[in-house]
Ligand binder design. Sequence first.
Ligand code: EPU
Length: 417
Amino acid sequence: MSKLLIHGTKKLKGEVQIHGAKNSTLPLMAASLLCAGECVLHNCPALSDVDTAIKILRHLGCKVERTAGDVVINPLTAKNYDIPDHLMREMRSSIIFLGAIVSRLDRAILSFPGGCELGPRPIDLHLSSLRKMGVDIREDHGCLDCVVPNGLKGAVINLSFPSVGATENIMITACLAKGKTVINNAAREPEISDLADFLNSCGAKIHGAGNSTICVEGVRRLTGCEHFVIPDRIAAATFMTAAAITGSTLTVSSVIPEHLAPVIPALEESGCQVDLYDSSIRISAPKHLSRIKSIRTMPYPGFPTDAQAPVMAMTTLAEGTSMFVENIFESRYKHVGELLRLGANIKVEGRVAVVEGVKRLSGATVEASDLRGGAALVVAGLAAQGTTEVYGLHHLDRGYESIEKNLALLGADIRRV
Ligand code: EPU
């Protein structure tokens, strides 16, 4: 079983290039199914979730080629409308393919995503929205059997929560539906705008992405296009916390600084100096971090749930008490038990975690149980005295391209064995 071996307390320096966003790439790959021509996605990260999305597209019958950061998808040959259970289990966000498959093939059979490391993973908002748009969905024995008896039609959809995945599924389904779809209380994450930009380049008519109300005028046909995936704001935030906890000065480049606006105040509150440039951010950490009074995860433009764990790792060494309130997922504190092994002082009560900063962390053997929780363990390990061994790397590989190579290039003593 492979693990990361980290000899902590080394300073980082230099510049790290941030890869394309996982959470943009996956919906873009799903959306390419709608197109009547080849789609070329540039800046796709080399991640296992992207490999899974490629397997799904190939299973559906698409031709997919991948060279370095480019994924070229020819969806014209798609003919299968099911996603095998093992692929649904590999990546529970595979539900994002639902709208694209029914739109393209008038039928979809998927297994229900079920629960995951972050707690229950309901898809009620996806299903109720697609039903409103003319999709007949039967749920049977953990399986979703979806048909479109009378064609897709536009609808007014009021989301009770601005779900990222549901907003994406509705936008994708609405592109080729008859008439107009309005999504109220839509998610506003940058990945939503990236999806709208891609679909509009293919000929869709989507207005308002990035705002709470999105309008989609159905069109008859979408062409293929070439698209450059936006940078991964969560990978960028993770490297920034790594710089902060190690007292380093680091430049994260190939980013859209605006997308990190919800995270930057937390880093500044901890005493870091953050300088923004056109497509890079320079972070200079103080000798001793200060506590962050309170962090409440919220839909964008609030503080991202995906950055909660790495930022928490950083506050374990900050002076004073930091408080976290996780409002998005039910079970997103699995990293806490492992941070305790490294010597952190954290108490969790329901959705609240209270971190009392300690003077030092010390290396230990820890196991990642989810992607961002795994990143938090790496961040903490970089500052821990002695040796930290991190297991559960398949979680990290879902969302961080060669994290150990990138950190080693910056001066960290880290390797995969
Ligand atoms: N929810 C429902 N019903 C639904 C859909 C969502 O109750 O039909 C609930 C979820 O259970 C959760 C909350 O709403 O409690 C937020 O879920 P959302 O649908 O917004 O999240 P998602 O689309 O499943 C994406 C990212 C996540 C990220 C969240 C929130 C992708 C592939 N995944 O998930 O990324 O945490 O948005 O920003 O885009 C990660 O990268 O580590 C990750 C988990």
